[in-house]
Design a protein around this ligand. Structure first.
Ligand SMILES: Cc1cc2nc3c(=O)[nH]c(=O)nc-3n(C[C@H](O)[C@H](O)[C@H](O)COP(=O)(O)OP(=O)(O)OC[C@H]3O[C@@H](n4cnc5c(N)ncnc54)[C@H](O)[C@@H]3O)c2cc1C
Length: 380
């Protein structure tokens, strides 16, 4: 059986960033996962990034998105906003530049029978490893309202699973949610010929403006410099940073959506929620009642209702989960992303409870890589 010093499970931004740095530092590293599969399979063609050219994967600061843009001579006007495909091309380039080989498989189980970990792959192979970094992202954490369980699967989908829109041409679509995904999916569904779109959300209609995420930079820097930075901040300060993050990311949506939403077929229902939903007798439509007594008949419901951490839903952690201490669905992590199982690290969105909201985004992937690899090399 092949034995690695480090096994990284997940080939999204966090997995790739950590694996590249570990390999660079001489740690014998194996990465398993389909590269950028969440971005390829669960984000729609035609989507734009909210983040800018300054967010990248390289803890060494060399193979950055800016360096890729320069290498390819991509004009500035093609990067505001950044198309999804450009970012995927960057991540492929990053892997090539780092000579990072990814084993394109799925881990189905992870155990720790003795001091080493044993990962089972879908094809039946095993990989043994002294240490494991899990970078599962948010795929397993989709959140839906309670009433969603009564809707037949054929009539409803989470945004994460609805990334092709051709079949919605001529359809009446209800979108539940009111943040960036809700409004960006509304624009995309409109552009694919929907007949009517209703957006239902409990809050007010967000602002659509250009925002700056620059304030995050200093916090991510301090996370690298000051051990346990986020957890040692006073609660009031954490809350204040969290509010700023909320303001920039949730209360404000991208300005480039405004013209794309300017269409009489889009109906916004702020301050409302669905209070009743019934499938029609033929099973092809939904009759919905909103909290303001408005009735709608729709062909499809899209849940743009976000993600909620619940580590128990990561399939390959089923065997070990009992030994991983959790709090509110998040793993309890030490200052180096270590879980309560020695040598098992978890990074990305799952680490936001202990490291701050930045760790759900590309921006903090080099910082997470730096802290984890620093810990791994301090053993040697
Ligand atoms: C619609 C949308 C738009 C977004 N836009 C932005 C943006 O503009 N900028 C930004 O910074 N962030 C954005 N995000 C957040 C984005 O999800 C995170 O920044 C990023 O994906 C975090 O990287 P990750 O590596 O933690 O997770 P992921 O990218 O989700 O990667 C997880 C990886 O795990 C692997 N995997 C899963 N299961 C297994 C298994 N069993 N075995 C092996 N491998 C497995 C796959 O390789 C997958 O690629 C967006 C999110 C959404 C939903």
């Amino acid at each position: 059986m092949p034995q690695a010093q480090l096994l990284v499970i997940g080939a999204g931004p966090y997995g790739l960033s950590t694996a590249a740095l570990a390999q660079d530092r001489g740690i014998q590293t194996t990465v398993v996962g389909h590269p950028m599969s969440f971005w390829r399979q669960h984000m729609p063609e035609g989507m734009f990034l909210r983040s800018g050219v300054d967010w990248h994967l390289d803890a060494g600061g060399e193979h950055t998105l800016a360096a890729f843009v320069e290498d390819r001579a991509i004009p500035r006007e093609d990067l505001d906003p950044i198309p999804l495909q450009t970012f995927l091309d960057y991540c492929d380039w990053f892997r090539r530049m780092k000579r990072l080989t990814v084993r394109e498989e799925i881990v189905t189980d992870l155990t720790k029978p003795d001091s080493a970990f044993d990962a089972t792959l879908a094809g039946g192979d095993h990989i043994l490893a002294d240490a494991v970094v899990c970078a599962p992202g948010i795929r397993h954490f989709t959140n839906r309202p309670d009433w969603a369980t009564s809707i037949p699967d054929a009539l409803a989908a989470h945004t994460c699973d609805l990334v092709r829109f051709d079949e919605l041409a001529g359809a009446r679509v209800l979108i539940v949610g009111g943040r960036q995904s809700a409004y960006e999916w509304a624009a995309l569904i409109r552009e694919h010929g929907a007949e009517r779109i209703d957006l239902v959300h409990r809050h007010e209609v967000p602002r659509f403006e250009r925002v700056s995420w620059k304030f995050i930079d200093a916090h991510v820097e301090r996370t690298i410099e000051s051990r346990g930075y986020w957890r040692h901040l006073p609660k009031a300060e954490q809350d204040q940073i969290g509010r700023r993050f909320w303001e920039v990311g949730r209360l404000t949506l991208e300005h480039w959506l405004t013209p794309r939403l300017n269409w009489s077929g889009i109906h916004r229902w702020p301050g409302t929620e669905v209070v009743h939903a019934d499938t029609s007798d033929d099973g092809n439509q939904l009759h919905v009642v909103l909290s303001n007594a408005q009735r709608l008949t729709v062909d499809r419901v899209v849940f743009a209702s976000g993600y909620r951490a619940d580590l128990t839903r990561v399939p390959y952690l089923e065997t070990l989960i009992e030994d991983i201490q959790l709090a509110d669905g998040f793993p309890v992590l030490d200052e180096t992303f270590g879980t309560t199982i020695p040598d098992l690290y978890i990074t990305g969105f799952s680490a936001t409870r202990d490291f701050g909201p930045f760790f759900g985004f590309v921006k903090a992937s080099p910082a997470a890589a730096t802290l984890i690899v620093r810990k791994l090399t301090s053993h040697n």
